[in-house]
Design a protein around this ligand. Structure first.
Ligand code: NI
Ligand code: MN
Length: 233
């Protein structure tokens, strides 16, 4: 399994059988080094309806015949525009190929902010991916600090890798994300949702220092999208 960051909250997880894109905000993402014609996801996972997460879901799914896993309301919308989608809700899981995909909660809002009337898009979520070798990867979506990160994500699922937002304004800031890291206690934590826009400027090294101090067994990996860095687990 490997992990690649495309900037903001867009990540690619690759198993033996599947290429999975999470929150594929590619077009208009100032920190994304690729265009949608360079991507060929089998599965797309969307945490919530905001444009910086829903992104290019429709175009990518139509171009590649991808299956979209998301919440019920976003799934209903996708089916109305002829995209293959399975709608689930927080706590539920599906197995696609060799990957288990579970939707968990996030403390955030969700709407189609790019459609008229800011249309309702269900509850914001997060995803836990479980691979055949037992490795778990948690993608938190957009969230503030809340108890499920400790009680559910940390205590029940204890992921090997946690991908957490640190940008502030719309999500946790570095201090809250460091507390979440302590609760989750992953082997690796990856910061996301920062520096793609001026409103979410953060120093990931500050986050790394906080994690080193409070979670000494967790390694912070600050990914570099321009060098197309891949984490191989
Ligand atoms: Ni959002
Ligand atoms: Mn966002």
């Amino acid at each position: 399994m490997n992990i690649r960051w495309y900037g903001h909250s867009a990540f690619e997880l690759t198993s033996e059988q599947l290429n999975i894109l999470v929150d594929p905000f590619i077009t208009g993402n100032p920190s994304c080094p690729v265009s949608i014609d360079q991507l060929s996801p089998d599965v797309i996972c969307v945490t919530h309806g905001h444009a910086d997460h829903f992104g290019d879901t429709v175009e990518l799914a139509k171009n590649n015949g991808s299956l979209v896993i998301t919440n019920y309301e976003i799934s209903q919308y996708l089916q109305s525009v002829n995209v293959k989608s399975i709608g689930i809700n927080c706590g539920a899981s599906v197995k696609i190929g060799d990957v288990g995909i579970r939707m968990l909660s996030a403390q955030h809002s969700s709407s189609f902010d790019f459609l008229p009337n800011n249309r309702y898009a269900g509850s914001a979520g997060s995803f836990l991916f479980t691979f055949n070798d037992g490795t778990n990867v948690f993608h938190a979506g957009d969230t503030g600090l809340f108890g499920d990160l400790r009680d559910v994500v940390g205590n029940i699922y204890h992921p090997d890798v946690a991908i957490l937002p640190i940008g502030n304004i719309f999500t946790m800031d570095p201090v809250e994300a460091a507390i979440a890291t302590k609760w989750i206690n992953p082997k690796i934590v990856i910061p996301m949702h920062y520096n793609s826009f001026d409103s979410i400027r953060q120093d990931p090294e500050y986050f790394k220092k906080l994690v080193e101090k409070h979670s000494p067994t967790t390694r912070t990996m600050i990914l570099d999208v321009l060098n197309s860095e891949k984490i191989v687990l």
